[in-house]
Design a protein around this ligand. Structure first.
Ligand SMILES: Nc1ncnc2c1ncn2[C@@H]1O[C@H](COP(=O)(O)OP(=O)(O)O)[C@@H](O)[C@H]1O
Ligand SMILES: [Mg+2]
Length: 497
């Protein structure tokens, strides 16, 4: 834009200068030619008063020898005409006397005011001029441009008189040269000034672009967001167009910041509500469990159907408690609560988790593969234990008895890889894309019986993500593998919250 503005200004200026130069040069030329024509008329009338035969008062001896083409008649015709020799004729004047189409005399006054004869070619050039008294421009060979007028004398002879245009042309050339120099200097100055002014007035745009770039690089997608970037008042002057853009940019930034804060506030409210609701449900659930246990253990005789109903109440209350705990945990992870940061030996954690799974699932075959030297990462031991428990629990609950489950802990450069593999039936295909979403679960009879909630993998994924790791799955009938990659340390800069 900068370059375009400067170039436009220069092109406009150049166009104006050229138009001015052209018109003034044409005006100058017509004035000079007009002057020349006036002088020519005077010279012509002066010359007309002298007949070629009468001769002048100046001797021709010195110049007569110059032109003699060898043809006798022509030689006579090329005598310098005496009518040039009258007082008042200036240098550069040429004259030719023609009687009945025959050149009687032809010559010109050179720079030293000496008479010179015209050769045949020069005479021919003069003869192209009609003898009507109108001045015309003729290029005379070797002599240059002349204004020439042909006048028919009362005696019938024609007198051609010419005045050199050399002086007028020199004046015009000098004028053009001066004009060119002035135009070039003016253009240079105008270009420099225009570049300066344009750069000055567009500098706020640079600052706007820089501000916009910084904002676009800010992490606005999560957490509490403020946009501290604003343009300085000098760039938001509403009296200039650029300032109006700056002011609009500031308003937009304020608007975006307000919207993000409002959105974050409402998200926080929803999370807080879920957390509060889960928390509030814990106590009544504990009471229900307690009372049903009380009834179950009561020494008094209760009818069999009542006892079964109470047992059912107790087991459902336990399931609901687990669900509430899961919801509470997810709400806390969403809120970005800081995790514990301690050294966790995933090998030891895996041994614990597998022992628990073994106890719970005696019909499955459990295999463990951990490095002897251990595999330490920085993180939250309780949460990481939960990840293993959820994955092993799934491998137990969602596979038939006799399935083999492998748990491997593999140290990797920069972290640790956890793998839970089973040779069960695999994950239903339609479930795969939404596997890690909340409340997504297969709806087999086994699931319903096992009290499936669909929160286990969502929690595992959220915990691994909070440790800046990744949880992935590959599944086919006969081979399902969950892989969690955890970095060895949580760098302080990227810690959530
Ligand atoms: N190892 C596995 N083998 C087969 N299906 C699985 C396995 N792990 C998970 N699934 C499927 O993924 C669903 C979601 O698992 P999850 O989020 O832990 O919820 P839940 O276990 O409460 O059903 C399960 O309902 C089950 O259908
Ligand atoms: Mg589960």
């Amino acid at each position: 834009m900068r370059r375009r503005l400067v170039v436009t200004v220069l092109v406009l200026l150049l166009g104006t200068a050229l138009a001015l130069a052209l018109t003034s040069t044409l005006a100058l030329r017509s004035t000079l030619v007009g002057q020349l024509d006036t002088q020519l008329a005077a010279a012509s009338s002066r010359g007309g008063e002298v007949r070629p035969s009468e001769g002048g008062d100046r001797g021709n001896d010195g110049v007569r020898t110059l032109q003699d083409p060898g043809d006798g008649s022509r030689g006579d015709a090329a005598q310098p005409p005496p009518f040039l020799d009258v007082a008042g004729q200036r240098t550069g004047t040429l004259g030719m006397f023609v009687t009945d189409g025959t050149v009687q005399a032809a010559g010109y006054l050179d720079d030293a005011a000496a008479l010179q004869t015209l050769d045949t070619a020069q005479q021919q050039a003069l003869l192209t001029v009609p003898a009507d008294g109108e001045p015309r421009t003729v290029t005379v060979p070797d002599l240059g441009d002349y204004r020439v007028v042909g006048v028919t004398q009362p005696s019938g002879e024609v007198l051609y008189t010419g005045l050199s245009m050399a002086e007028a042309q020199a004046t015009e050339a000098a004028y053009l040269a001066i004009e060119a120099v002035v135009v070039v200097l003016c253009l240079l100055a105008a270009g420099a000034v225009a570049a300066l002014v344009v750069r000055r007035s567009l500098r706020p745009l640079d600052r706007m672009a820089a501000t916009a770039t910084r904002v676009s690089e800010m992490p606005l997608h999560r957490g509490e967001v403020t946009i501290p970037e604003r343009l300085a008042p000098q760039d938001t002057d509403p009296r200039t167009e650029v300032g109006q853009v700056g002011a609009a940019l500031n308003r937009m930034l304020g608007h975006v910041e307000g919207a993000l804060l409002a959105r974050h506030a409402s998200e926080t409210q929803v999370r807080q509500f879920v957390a509060d609701a889960s928390h509030e449900l814990r106590t009544p659930l504990a009471s229900i469990r307690g009372y049903s246990e009380l009834v179950r253990r009561s020494p008094e005789e209760v009818p069999e159907s009542t006892r079964r109903a109470v047992e059912r109440v107790e087991s459902e209350a336990m399931r609901m408690s687990a669900l509430v705990e899961d919801l509470l945990l997810l709400a806390r992870l969403d809120a970005g609560r800081p995790l514990a940061r301690e050294d966790v030996d995933l090998a030891a954690l895996a041994v614990d988790a597998l022992t628990d799974a073994h106890v719970a699932g005696r019909d499955h075959r459990w295999r463990l593969d951990v490095p002897e030297e251990g595999a330490v990462v920085v993180g939250d031991a309780a949460r990481l234990h939960q990840v293993l428990a959820n994955l092993l629990g799934n491998a137990r609950v969602h596979t038939p008895p006799g399935t083999t489950v492998d748990l491997r802990v593999v140290p990797e450069p920069g972290g640790v890889r956890l793998e839970v593999h089973d040779d069960g039936p695999g994950i239903p295909g339609d479930l795969t894309p939404v596997l890690f979403q909340r409340f997504s679960r297969g709806d087999g009879a086994r699931n319903r019986a096992a009290g499936s909630t669909g929160l286990g993998l969502a929690i595992a994924d959220a915990v691994v993500a909070a440790h800046h790791g990744t949880l992935t799955v590959t599944s086919a009938p006969g081979s399902t593998t969950f892989t969690a990659r955890l970095p060895a340390s949580l760098s302080p800069a990227t810690e959530p919250g």
